[in-house]
Write a protein of this length. Structure first.
Lengths: 113, 111
């Protein structure tokens, strides 16, 4: 069964450093998403991406964040200068249409020290 | 403001004891309501999408229903492997993409 994969599973970084989180969406999906979940809190939407551009973003997704589809399979989230409050589980998801169920990867646990 | 509230926060059942989880929502036009299962340290696993009041979906021991104000996830004769956090999310009328999430119901099924 096709699945979304994410690497790394755990990333530890120092405050102020740049991190890149990587995702491989399901191959025939065209809509891609990033969400985050701070420990013990709700899942929060960050950004959606379609046709090589951002289709929607939340207030959390400020200038420190960027997304890219560098090739035909990968989808990345970059945080330019990490803050302590960026520590969270980051989930990538994909879907085959905007209103369809979104399929999530296993997540990357980001720890900012 | 669009909002999703789930109840109860936690639910402990004996194996075989059926029950329901609730998801109430206040959104500016519902485009879709989604149920997910999340195991500790894992990503949400998609279960169902419901689009209009009166719609029902079933999968094994789970059945999801939708009204104009809330959705229920009914679990019939649960087994210990059904233990997980069940998340509800909605897609509101002014968005084609983002999901707005509830805090989840942690379900524990005791053998």
């Amino acid at each position: 069964e096709p699945e979304v994969t994410q690497t790394p599973s755990h990333q530890v970084t120092q405050m102020g450093q740049e991190v890149i989180l990587r995702c491989v969406p399901i191959s025939n999906h065209l809509y891609f998403y990033w969400y985050r979940q701070i420990l013990g809190q709700k899942v929060e939407f960050l950004v959606s991406f379609y046709n090589n551009e951002i289709s929607e973003k939340s207030e959390i997704f400020d200038d420190q964040f960027s997304v890219e589809r560098p090739d035909g399979s990968n989808f990345t989230l970059k945080i330019r200068s990490t803050k302590l409050e960026d520590s969270a589980m980051y989930f990538c998801a994909s879907s085959d249409s905007p209103g369809a169920g979104q399929f999530f990867g296993p997540g990357t646990r980001l720890t900012v020290l | 403001e669009d909002q999703v509230t789930q109840s109860p926060e936690a639910l402990r059942l004996q194996e075989g004891e059926s029950s329901s989880l609730n998801c109430s929502y206040t959104v500016s036009g519902l485009r879709g309501l989604f149920w997910y299962r999340q195991d500790p340290g894992k990503g949400p696993e998609f279960l169902f999408t419901l689009y209009s009041a009166g719609e029902e979906k079933e999968k094994e021991r789970l059945k999801a229903t939708l009204t104009k104000k809330e959705s229920f996830l009914h679990i019939t004769a649960p087994k210990p492997e059904d233990s997980a956090t069940y998340l509800c999310a909605v897609q509101a009328g002014d968005s084609n993409y983002q999901l707005i999430w509830g805090a989840g119901t942690k379900l524990i099924i005791k053998p």
